[in-house]
Design a protein around this ligand. Structure first.
Ligand code: ZN
Length: 405
């Protein structure tokens, strides 16, 4: 764990942000040279009552309580048990939680690289030797604990999570970690392709303005993550209820393969999948707030200040317009590449039908207009794509909000 402590030197007035890695002693002392005047400064931390971190003594320094007072401070990394490479001494490294997020992804990806050659989606989670969980079986477990967690029954949820023994998973039995692993496994290579560049943007936002990213994180923890957990769950639950239909198309999306021409779905339960796209669209539009906030920070603004509006207005604008806020950032635009408002309207308002003769689905974008047509297989692919978008954004939301340890 790393704490951040903005300080000012009482001798020269130089401002420094200390990033102190916490060790295992109950008292931790650091003596270091002020980056401004090179005089000795010191700090003693009281770690006797974890998880509390107390500042027991300061010499020649004062704590800066109001972050507004910070004017281009120097970063200084301190750790009681590790040598910090010279080049990293004053680098504001990626947050530990972000590092953990990256480590988590890397761990999953190693496993996925190997499985990526297999064409059967279900074998990605399945251990060839002792055949543990298929994607669908894993979902049964994850779903149960996810739902229990939403109901506030954390103890029961943990019992379910303890049964999650997917190959390559060595995380703790907390829902965020299991959900993260499950999603990255179930989505396969496309997850890595979309997630890593976007996660890097989050790291850049942190490097550019750690204080602002921290504010965003706090906002997210209090205002957004519970809503995300509830809404993303309801979409995934619907997805897996129609998994027999969707799995036919999922494999193309996972591996980024084009649908073969004249592809025909062999399972057509359109009655229950017809509203799916619209439902997923609604939640995706809400979750876009994560990308918008990060994008604001990367543009040098506060997380809640948009180019032409504030956050309150943004949350109220038409859902179709929400992606406009970050469209110029390729890494984020890719996460809403399946976000079709016309298809959404048709799906949402049940103005979409299937022509059993041609096997095509048809919908009108406005009255009297000629109906748009696509094969049911294409509709399924688009449903899978929007699900992948939503899942990857949720994984980023977890990376932003999960506390390390
Ligand atoms: Zn000084």
């Amino acid at each position: 764990m790393v704490i951040r402590l903005p300080i000012v030197c009482e001798i020269c007035g130089h401002q420094t942000i200390l990033r102190i890695g916490l060790g295992h002693e109950s008292v931790q002392e650091h003596v270091f040279a002020c980056p401004g005047c090179a005089q000795d400064l010191s700090i003693v931390l009281d770690l006797s009552k974890p998880p509390n971190v107390g500042v027991a003594r300061l010499s020649n320094i004062k704590e800066i309580v109001d972050n507004q007072e910070l004017k281009s401070p120097t970063i200084l990394n301190l750790h009681p048990e590790f040598i910090i490479p010279e080049g990293d001494r004053n680098r504001d490294q990626v947050f530990p939680w972000l590092e953990q997020g990256h480590a988590l992804i890397k761990k999953q990806m190693n496993n996925l690289e190997r499985s990526a050659r297999l064409s059967d989606a279900d074998s990605l989670l399945k251990d060839e030797t002792d055949g543990r969980l298929t994607v669908f079986e894993a979902w049964q477990l994850v779903s149960r604990s996810w739902s229990l967690e939403i109901e506030g029954k954390r103890d029961l949820s943990k019992l379910q999570l303890a049964k999650y023994n997917a190959k390559g998973f060595s995380g703790s039995t907390s829902l965020p970690e299991v959900a993260f692993h499950f999603l990255s496994s179930a989505l396969g290579p496309v997850a890595k392709e979309l997630l890593l560049p976007a996660a890097d943007c989050m790291g850049e936002a942190y490097d550019a303005n750690p204080i602002e990213l921290d504010r965003f994180r706090e906002y997210y923890q209090t205002e957004q993550i519970d809503v995300a957990t509830r809404d993303v769950y309801s979409v995934l639950e619907e997805f897996f209820r129609s998994y027999a239909d969707f799995r036919q198309a999922l494999v193309y999306v996972r591996f980024g393969l084009p649908l073969p021409s004249k592809a025909a779905a062999t399972t057509e339960n359109f009655r229950i999948t017809s509203m799916y796209y619209g439902n997923a669209f609604e939640v995706l539009a809400d979750r876009a707030v994560l990308l918008a906030g990060i994008n604001n920070i990367l543009a040098g603004r506060k997380y809640d200040q948009f180019e032409k509006m504030d956050l309150k207005t943004y949350l109220q604008i038409d859902k179709a317009g929400k992606a406009r806020a970050f469209q110029s950032r390729l890494e984020f635009a890719r996460l809403v590449n399946e976000f079709d408002n016309q298809l959404r309207n048709a799906s949402h308002h049940k103005r979409i039908r299937i022509n059993r003769g041609s096997g095509k689905i048809e919908y009108q974008t406005r009255q009297m207009a000629e109906a748009k047509k696509m094969s049911y297989a294409t509709y399924l692919v688009r449903c899978c794509s929007i699900t992948v978008n939503l899942a990857v954004i949720y994984m980023l939301e977890l990376m932003l909000t999960v506390d390390p340890d």
